[in-house]
Structures are given as C-alpha cells and as structure tokens.
Write a protein that binds this ligand. Structure first.
Ligand code: NAD
Length: 554
C-alpha cells in the first residue's frame, strides 16, 4: 500500500542439460513413471470446481497407442455456458484485484514451475505430446516460466504509459480489462502457448474460458492445477473440453464475448473470425481477435553461405519435434553450386537420427501427434513421390504399428510452386528447391510470393550485401526473420513471436504488443480549479465586454 512497487527484473530461465546421470534426468524419469501409473480422469474445471461428465475420451501416448494416459471428460453447450457464467462472476473481483496481486500469482507460478512442478509438466508434455527431454524442457518449463516472468514486467511498463498533464489538470490513463470474458483456444504443439494464452489476458484483469487442444489435455490439466497451487482464484481461468465448434458457437453468441486468444491453424481462425463477424451486432464491445496461425517457413541460402551451417540449421529447423513447430523450416532454396555439399551433409546427419519414444534419450525425434496428422503427412509424401519433378532425397518412411512415427524426409522439388513447397504439412518434411546461383534476385521474389504465410524465415549468407538484399526483399515474408540461424527457437524477451499475412494478427506473444490487446484504456481528466463562467476572453466586440453587462447582479 502507498508505494510504487517494481516487478522483479526477469531473466530467461536456464535450460537444464539432462545429461546422463544428472539429477534433473533422474527427477523427470521418476515423474514419468508416476504419471504413467496414475489412472487419471481429467475433469472440466469451472469456477474452481471439477466437473465430471458422462462423455469420456481416451487419451493415449502418440508414441505408444497401448499407453492410456488419462480419460478426458468432455462437455457441451451446457458446460460451456456455465464456464462463461463462472468467468463473468469471477470478473467482478479479479478486475478490482490490484495489479501487484495478480502479477504475484503468475510470478509464483513461474517459481513453482522452475522447481518441483518442472518434472510434472515436462513429463506430461513428453508423454502426451511426444516431446523428448530437451524439447519438453525448452517448452513446458523454460518458455512458460519466461512468459510468466516477463509478462508482468511488460504489463507494468504498459501501465506506466501516461499522458501529459499541463498545469491545472491531471490526465490519467486507466487500463481496464475488457468488458466481458476472453476465450482462449490453444494448439497441441506447445505447452507454453497453452499456458500463456489464458494467462496473458488474466494478468491484465480479464477472466477466461480456456479450451485446450484435445490432444494436449494432460499437460493442460496440470497447467491449471499449477495455477491453482500458485493462488489463482476460482473462475479466473475455466477449462472446458469437448466439440470445439459447439463450444465456440455458444461463446460467440454471448453479448459478453470480449475477445479470442487463439493459436492454431489458419482455417480454424478464419472460421472463428467469420462467426464473430456474423454475431458482431450482439456484442457489448467490438471483440479483440488475436490469432497466431500457420506457417510455411523458409530457409534461403546464398552461394556465400557455409554449407555445414546450412545443413545443421535445416536438420534442426525441419525435424526437431517432428517438424510440428509453427516455425519449422519446411521449404528451402539452395543454390546449385552449394547443393551437393548441403545435401551430403544433411544426408549424413539424417542417417544418424533415431526416431522413437521420448522416454528413450537416444531418440532425436519422436511421434507425430495423432492418426490424423500421421495420415496427412503420409498423404503429402505419397503425392510428392508421384510428381515427376520431385525426387526423394531422404526418408519417406512412416510406421504406425506402435506409435505415429514418420522418418525425417527431404524432397527435392524441381517445381518451386509444387504442393509441398506451398502448403503447411506440419510434419518432418522438408521441400528443397535448387535454384541456379545466378538467379538470386528472382529467387528472392519466389520466396516472397510462393506461400500465403509469413511467419518465420531465415537467410544464410556470408556476403553482407546478400543479407541486406534478403532483409529488404523479404520484409513482409516473415514476422520473425533470422540471419545465419534456423527459423525456430524464438525466446521470450529476445525475439517476440508472431507472423502476418495468413500467419496471424502478429500480436507478438510474450511482449507488450500482445498484452495491449487485453486492455481497454479509459482516459480520465481532472481539472483542479474549474472555470466558473462559460465565456472565453476572445468573446466580445471590443469596448465594454458584453460579458460584464450580462454579469451585473440583480
Ligand atoms: P488446430 O487449428 O487444429 O487446433 C487449434 C485449437 O483450435 C485446438 O484447441 C482445437 O481443438 C481448436 N479448434 C479446432 N476447430 C475449432 C473450431 N471450429 N472452433 C474453435 N476451436 C477449434 O491446430 P493444431 O493442430 O492444434 O496446431 C497446429 C497449427 O497451429 C499449425 O497450423 C501451426 O502452424 C499453428 N501454430 C501456430 C503458432 C504461431 O505462433 N503462429 C504456434 C503454434 C501452432
């Protein structure tokens, strides 16, 4: 009270190495065994209450269909309506809760996650989303901790933005939460995104109905349990599951719907935008539509690039987490004079990649998320293999006997506009177009115009002029642009993340640009000594002012 506190200065959470024999490896494996032995039933969580429904769905490990992880309760229209009501009820108090107290909940959540909860969330992500030790650590531990430590600092900086106050008055900006509830819809591929999307609006004083991805319910459930342990009051974030179209329909029809915080595929965001448009006259305020969506992320290589650095970036960028990062390298443009070296280095690296369970620390790659993804990826590879202009350079295999495994696949596409050069596959498939090295300028245009997306992209070159040319020509082709680095691995506080064009509204998760969407400013002017007469000095024709005549008291 009566002081101006400062949010603790954030720093990125160090990534633990999980080397053989390390204590962190032992802890996460112990938690893996524990989670596997639990017969978990995941309820909906509405107003702080666990709600169990009759409809249940089995949640299985993507790398092992035999491993039942949990049974998930699914709700429908009635539960969704209850969740919206619970959010609106909780809003009254949460919106009035001082910022320091709201921020402290998320800062505490970050600290809990940096300690014992780390093993739980990492293990849940490994089992439920098939991420290996390192991929789980950089996502469900480090990135989520960073979101929860950096966002309070950005909110504090945002709240400090105040207008000028000339002598005689005091102008203030109040940063109100939105008038209603926020709907957060999250994808399967990042536990950190699942944790950030409902909590960024909540930090700004909003209350939320959150629908996690059906395939990421295990980590989703533990995120909410962690937030409860950190002191998040009931009803601030309400977790629902069930048919997404029905949940969306119920929420989009409510006048109190104030905004959607979405990450997922472009077609789903298009459908949401359309429904919101159809309902626009119902709403109390124009809703905020924030969506980070698909990508067809490029790596453009110049003749002056280091071929080994290019090969390593392509292998990591395209195949880590089975290419299921929105930022994954999925199309590359390599000059003909460099291609033989890059191809050989890539093939050598790929030959050493093992694909298998995330519980086997020898596996660089694990399973893709579900059968739908497995079939889609296989379909793209099969179609590409039928194209006369496309050659299979590596991989091409897929095996679903025990889990949904797809081998790291490289296609050499003679036609730079072939299907796999244009469309998001969201799997471990890299399409490479080899261009004549003299056609650098034409290739810049090709990269810019081939796909509707603009999420991430990278240029590899040692020639500074080439870097500058790519930087300028591809200004609108990527929201996150990398020079001599892979296009994945954005870090909160270092590379605010998001793309434009068909890749989203580019509201940059983990920055003040995102938080600004969850607040509706009110300008307040206070005048200390207000005028007592309506007339200004200019009013009058000279001589004796009329004002004085009129002001003669009776
Ligand atoms: P998805 O679009 O299939 O699902 C995302 C979420 O939307 C899930 O919770 C899903 O249940 C829900 N959903 C599906 N249909 C819906 C509907 N009609 N109404 C409301 N919700 C609905 O995406 P996914 O497979 O979980 O994730 C992969 C996609 O997400 C890829 O396209 C990827 O590029 C994108 N992604 C983008 C970013 C980014 O920052 N740009 C980050 C991660 C993932």
């Amino acid at each position: 009270m009566n002081s101006r506190s400062r949010v603790p200065c954030p720093a990125n959470e160090p990534v633990l190495p999980y080397a053989p024999g390390s204590p962190e490896r032992a802890k996460v494996f112990a938690r893996l065994a524990e989670l596997k032995s639990r017969r978990l039933e995941i309820p909906l969580i509405i107003g702080g209450e666990e709600v169990r429904t009759k409809t249940r769905r089995d949640l299985r490990a993507p790398h092992d269909h035999g491993q039942l992880l949990a049974r998930v309760c699914e709700g429908g229209a009635a539960e969704t309506a209850k969740a919206a009501a619970a959010a609106l009820k909780a809003r009254k108090e949460w919106a009035r809760t001082p910022f320091e107290e709201r921020a402290a909940v998320f800062l505490r959540a970050a600290d809990l996650l940096a300690n014992d909860w780390r093993w739980t969330l990492n293990a849940a992500t490994m089992l439920g989303q098939s991420k290996n030790l390192h991929q789980a650590e950089i996502d469900s531990a480090c990135e989520l901790i960073d979101f929860w430590r950096f966002n309070p600092r950005y909110a504090e900086e945002l709240y400090a933005q105040q207008p000028l106050s000339p002598r005689g008055s005091w102008n203030r900006l109040q940063f109100r939460p939105l008038e209603g509830f926020v709907y957060a819809v999250t994808p399967f591929n990042f536990t950190s995104i699942a944790g950030n999307l409902p909590t960024a609006p909540a930090l700004m004083g909003n209350t939320v109905v959150w629908k996690p991805s059906s395939t990421a319910m295990l980590s989703g459930y533990y995120i909410l349990k962690l937030l409860e342990a950190a002191g998040l009051p009931p009803g601030v974030v309400n977790m629902v599951s069930g048919p997404s179209a029905e949940i969306s329909r119920v929420l989009f029809e409510r006048p109190e719907f104030a905004g959607v915080h979405f990450t997922g595929s472009t077609p789903v965001f298009h459908s949401m935008w359309k429904s919101v448009g159809e309902n626009v006259a119902r709403y109390r305020s124009y809703p905020r539509l924030v969506g980070e969506t698909g990508g067809k992320d490029f790596v453009l290589v110049h003749s002056s690039a280091d071929p080994d650095a290019v090969a390593a970036a392509l292998v990591r960028g395209a195949f880590e987490f089975q290419g299921q990062k929105c930022s994954a390298a999925s199309r590359a443009y390599v000059p003909a004079d460099l291609w033989p070296k890059v191809r050989k280095a890539m093939k050598d690296m790929i030959a050493s990649i093992e694909v298998g369970s995330p519980e086997d620390p020898g596996c660089f790659m694990n399973a893709v998320i579900d059968r739908k993804a497995f079939d889609r990826i296989k379909g793209y590879v099969a179609a590409a293999r039928k194209e006369k202009t496309t050659k299979l350079v590596a991989g091409g295999g897929a095996d679903d006997a025990q889990g949904f495994f797809v081998s790291p696949t490289v296609l050499e596409c003679g036609d730079p506009k072939s299907l796999t050069m244009r469309e998001e596959i969201f799997g471990p498939v890299l399409s490479v177009h080899v261009y004549p090295e003299k056609k650098w300028k034409e290739t810049l245009r090709l990269v810019d115009e081939t796909s509707p997306y603009a999420l991430t992209g990278a240029v590899f070159a040692r020639d500074r002029r080439a870097i500058a040319e790519a930087d300028a020509a591809l200004e609108n082709a990527a929201g996150n642009f990398y020079v001599n680095d892979k296009p994945t691995g954005a870090v909160v506080g270092q590379q605010p993340f998001g793309g434009a064009r068909a890749s989203g509204t580019n509201d940059k998760a983990g920055s003040f640009l995102n938080l600004i969407r969850w607040t509706s400013a009110r300008a307040i002017k206070e005048t200390f000594d207000p005028p007592k007469d309506y007339r200004y000095p200019w009013l009058g024709r000279g001589g004796k002012p009329r004002a004085e005549k009129a002001a003669v008291p009776a």
